[in-house]
Write a protein that binds this ligand. Sequence first.
Ligand code: 4AD
Ligand code: MG
Length: 434
Amino acid sequence: MPDTTTIRSLNDHIGKTVQILGWVRNHRSSGKIAFLIVRDGSGDTQVVAARHDVDDETWETVTGRIAYETSVLVEGTVQSDARSPGGVEITATRIEVLGDSSNDYPIQLKEAGVDFLFGQRHLWLRTRRQTAIMRVRDEVVKAIRDFMYERDFVLVDTPILTGSIGESAGTLFETEYFDLGKAYLAQTGQLYVEAAAAALGKVYCFGPTFRAEKSRTRRHLTEFWMVEPEVAWLDSDGNMELQEEFVSAIVRSVLDHRMDELSVLERDIEPLRAAVSPFDRMSYTEAVEVLNARGSEIKWGADLGVEDEAILMDGRAKPLFVYDYPKTAKAFYMKENPDDPRTVKCNDLLAPEGYGEIIGGSQREDDLDLLTARIREEGLPEETYSWYLDLRRYGTFVHSGFGLGLERTVSWICGLPHVREAIAFPRTMTRLDP
Ligand code: 4AD
Ligand code: MG
């Protein structure tokens, strides 16, 4: 392939002749001059082809052969131009078609609905809005990994095919697994990072997780990414401190490095600037009182619904921790609260602006008998938890951790209407293709 320059770095080549490789996002021509917007993944730039500057073949190309998304090689001189995207444009001397594009490029239809666009997701990804979201997601992932590395957390990759139920029996994808019976797609890596925390102290896993949730909400995917830190000798209060520092660092990193993308997304950044630690805190019991006072009919013991979360967040700029939920509303592994055994030492972190829960976390039950009793109460298959119970048999330890949903976090930071735009190829109840 020819030696080329990326559009992003054109500013370093003003006055020079360059070659770029990319796709035609837009094109028009009038009489003796043609304008193309070319994108190469690193950015967009305007290419100007004047009849007297280019050869006949190039002129035929730009006036006849080019369509939306034709892939091209452009050779020309970089000029600074304040009106052009990126502040520069290319005066072309030659444009060569590398790959033709049919005239029926589907994404140009202005009135296209969301379902249609998700059906064309492989092409829709090329638009400015979608590439901005993907870059923000990339920044969030980098911020997550940097935060963990700088604090001496060790990445431990956990299995996707598992034998034990991690969260709840109700939302499992299962498959036959040779002679061993059923395997499940992991709902969480948590049980495994708990084992790893006893080996390494501070660990995390970060990967895809699966929930066969029959919920068609703007917050649910059937496959989503979750980062799950797990820390030995950390209690529930320390766990919340870790979460607020973590989330603040992620938001700050996006504000520091992805302002261009946030502006493509027309994201109001004031609410993001407010997301600095410490965050607000409220116990579940207090939350129910507040909700009842504001007209909700929630009864103590029920999990908070989307509506309840919205009422609680109304008028709040910062994320809010709701902690110490009733045992009945939460998973089997959470530590019973010694001050009130009806509740467990846990928290959700609610994002503002209607985004709701982005983190679920807890101190883990470290008492062998209490944990065994919980597994029985929930009717979970005890045999498959023997290894997990071993962690309480051999040097049990205070430990806590949490799971932050990547797509929900990206949705909030980008201000997206639905979590499915936060992942390149979303999986929902009704979408398996592309
Ligand atoms: O609250 P959850 O179910 O917690 C756990 O899985 C724990 N094992 C985590 C831990 O303590 N290590 O899920 C954690 C987060 C939620 O707060 C949410 O952000 C995200 O994962 N999440 C989903 N995101 C998209 N679609 C879904 N169906 C999700 N379910 C949970
Ligand atoms: Mg949760």
